[in-house]
Design a binder for this molecule. Structure first.
Ligand code: SAH
Length: 273
């Protein structure tokens, strides 16, 4: 890894070591949080407001996308599952091209850029291309969507551990990155990203490996946005509830006894912005 990249990308105001890259702009991999614009960090807000180019997907949500200033060049890299407007490869190329033109680029990503967002891969591509970058963490949907739904992911009485997994693994893949046997025994909260399509498969795996079918489950669609919707069930009935209610991505799945707190803590009243 070229050391200059590491150093210049660590702190925004460091200027040294720009050898080949002195005329290049910089790319900020910015987490937008889960959708409520008030959950954007101050740093994200400042960078969005000052960017020459903002490359975004739909995940940050309408309110945040609408708040990108007119003066910025806005590029929709829509990445909803099944709707890859631009492939990951062309997104990488685009970021690099714009930075080489000397532009300040914000690559705006839902939640946190390094949590199931391919942010790590994008950062690696930038490093390889000799482009300065900085990551701006965001509030991940893994904790914020359940919070707004009255579900703390840990609680002394219910869960002392929490794990984040992807639910979108291809079941025909020979080697799964997910060890369902271990997961079924995991005594904490399981948070599943991208888990709508494969919910039935994933629930069956957990039950097959011994997880109690009466374990509470929550599906939270569009968490923290004005149209957030929460569906509560158990491992046994969550698939039929999902079908009945036509649950759609983006939704986060929470599995574990913390879901019981939803009754007591209720749902955040979303004001809408
Ligand atoms: N980096 C993001 C996750 C990207 S993967 C983060 O930290 O939140 C995309 C998945 O994130 C979606 O399929 C969904 O499971 C989840 N997700 C993102 N925003 C969400 C939201 N507002 N409500 C519910 N789930 C969300």
């Amino acid at each position: 890894m070229p050391i200059n990249n590491f150093i210049t990308s660590s702190f925004e105001n460091r200027t040294g070591f720009a050898i080949m890259t002195e005329n290049y702009g910089k790319v900020y991999l910015v987490g937008s949080g889960p959708g409520d614009p008030e959950l954007l960090t101050l740093k994200a807000r400042r960078l969005i407001d000052n960017a020459d180019v903002v490359i975004y997907d739909q995940l940050p949500g309408e309110a945040i996308i609408a708040s990108i200033p007119k003066k910025a060049e806005k590029i929709d890299a829509g990445k909803y599952a099944g709707d890859h407007t631009l492939s990951q490869n062309s997104i990488n190329k685009l970021m690099i091209e714009k930075a080489k033109e000397g532009k300040t680029v914000v690559r705006l990503k839902g939640g946190d850029p390094y949590v199931f967002g391919r942010g790590g891969e994008e950062a690696q591509e930038l490093i390889r291309a000799g482009i300065n970058f900085e990551v701006v963490p965001g509030i991940t949907s893994a904790i914020s969507a359940p919070a707004y739904a009255g579900i703390p992911v840990t609680h002394r009485e219910y869960a002392s551990m929490v794990t984040f997994i992807t639910g979108h693994e291809d079941p025909t893949k020979n080697e799964s990155g997910i060890d369902w046997e271990i997961l079924a025994k995991f005594p904490g909260t399981i948070v599943i990203f991208m888990g709508v399509k494969m919910l039935e498969n994933n629930v069956n795996e957990l039950i097959k490996h011994g997880k109690d079918p009466s374990t509470p489950v929550a599906l939270i669609e569009r968490g923290t946005r004005p149209d957030q919707r929460v569906t509560i069930g158990t491992l046994e009935n969550i698939v039929s509830l999902k079908n009945e209610r036509k649950v759609k991505a983006p939704a986060i799945t929470i599995i574990g006894n913390v879901v019981k707190l939803h009754d007591e803590l209720g749902e955040q009243i979303l004001e809408g912005i």
